[in-house]
Design a protein around this ligand. Structure first.
Ligand SMILES: Nc1ncnc2c1ncn2[C@@H]1O[C@H](COP(=O)(O)OP(=O)(O)OP(=O)(O)O)[C@@H](O)[C@H]1O
Ligand SMILES: [Mg+2]
Length: 363
């Protein structure tokens, strides 16, 4: 059992409150990913769960047990850091089983657990090497092996792949997901990488200034962000936000945009008229005119990635707009680009940033 429950948890460093009255439940066996801007408290929260930082107030339970006064070694957690910090003079096997040797486990059990972890991580052939004789990905696997042999109830990963190059990250991402499927242990994983978060998580927790903005499945956060912060944080490039004014209309919500033009968003919602922000994902805008919902901008900059073209536009009111088109789309800086937005692709946010309407292209 490796469920984790935080109730009204706060953390102060001196007068700074870096985790604020935070409630969160992570189910047994869940793969939970923490994301959020730098400094929002992700590592601090992970370290509090591990017992490496005190909790100023509130309650933490692991597997239903109150962790107040329980030291890091007795919590059943194992942490894997960004800098894998292997002992350079020890072999791979000795690095993996160092903790077990220190806690006086019998030799046959140490050998059995080391072999099992090495097998899972394809390190069998490397057990006698020193860390300096390994690639970055192999070293990170040794660090994960060191956590696996402890047979924890909860794995805690703090940006474990951020020192690896792009192709190794993709490989290790798949390996960690595979490991989770195989052993089914609760994993809490911090990353700045959108693709890691979207592909690995059962649940993503979006943190901002020490608070949970939203927790939910990756696709729930993508399709139904609770507020403007989450809408802008999940998805890459970020959602576009255009200011406008909402007017009542038949069967839809009509928004007169500050950049000129008008979008009819479906469905109609009962809400006050007035200032509003419309949110449109770059991948949901389409180049070219349509009967309604056509906007135009001037191209500032374009990225032609082969598989797709990403266009960065300036609109008449000075707003910027990013549009993701297919890889054949071409435009040069200074060109006028016309585009349109399907009514069902628009999200609406109140002036306070609360989501009022979610686009739903699946309908
Ligand atoms: N030991 C400490 N003493 C004082 N302040 C700290 C300490 N550790 C962290 N902080 C502050 O707490 C806040 C949260 O830090 P934390 O390391 O948890 O952020 P993070 O979300 O992991 O950021 P990053 O994405 O950059 O790793 C930051 O403002 C940081 O400066
Ligand atoms: Mg951190």
């Amino acid at each position: 059992m490796g469920s984790v429950r935080l109730q009204a948890v706060s953390k102060h460093f001196g007068i700074a409150e870096v985790i604020k009255d935070l409630d969160l439940e992570i189910g047994d066996g869940e793969f939970c990913v923490f994301v959020g801007p730098s400094g929002c408290g992700k590592s601090t929260l992970l370290r509090m769960i591990a017992g490496l930082e005190d909790i100023t107030s509130g309650r933490l339970e692991i597997a239903g047990r109150d962790m107040t006064g329980v030291g890091p070694a007795e919590r059943g957690t194992a942490m894997v850091f960004q800098s894998y910090a292997l002992y350079p003079h020890m072999t791979v096997a000795q690095n993996i089983n160092f903790g077990l040797r220190m806690t006086g486990h019998p030799a046959d059990e140490i050998a059995r657990r080391t072999a099992r972890a090495a097998g899972m991580l394809q390190l069998d052939a490397l057990l006698d090497r020193k860390p300096s004789q390994l690639s970055g990905g192999q070293r990170q696997r040794v660090a994960i092996g060191r956590a696996i042999v402890r047979d924890p109830a909860v794995f805690l990963f703090d940006e474990p792949l951020s020192n690896l190059d792009a192709s190794l990250r993709v490989q290790m991402r798949a390996e960690i997901s595979g490991l989770h499927r195989e052993i089914g242990t609760t994993m809490i994983y911090v990353t700045h990488d959108q693709v890691e978060a979207m592909t690995m998580a059962d649940k993503i927790v979006v943190l901002n200034r020490g608070r949970v903005e939203q927790a939910g499945s990756p696709l729930a956060l993508y399709h139904r962000p609770a507020n403007r912060f989450v809408a802008g944080f999940i998805g890459s490039p970020s959602m576009n936000f255009l200011p406008g004014n909402a007017l009542p209309a038949d069967g839809s919500t009509r928004v007169e945009l500050a950049c000129g033009g008008r979008l009819d968003c479906a469905p109609a919602i009962a809400m006050a008229e007035g200032p509003i922000t419309i949110g449109i994902r770059p991948e949901h805008a389409r180049i070219g005119r349509a009967e309604s919902g056509t906007l135009r901008g001037t191209l500032n900059h374009a990225e032609f990635l082969g598989s797709e073209s990403v266009l960065y536009l300036s609109l008449a009111d000075g707003s910027t707009f990013c549009l993701k088109a297919d890889g054949l789309a071409r435009a040069a800086p200074g060109d006028t680009v016309e585009f349109h937005v399907p009514a069902k692709a628009c999200h609406l946010f109140s002036p306070e940033g609360v989501a009022l309407l979610h686009g739903d292209l699946t309908q």
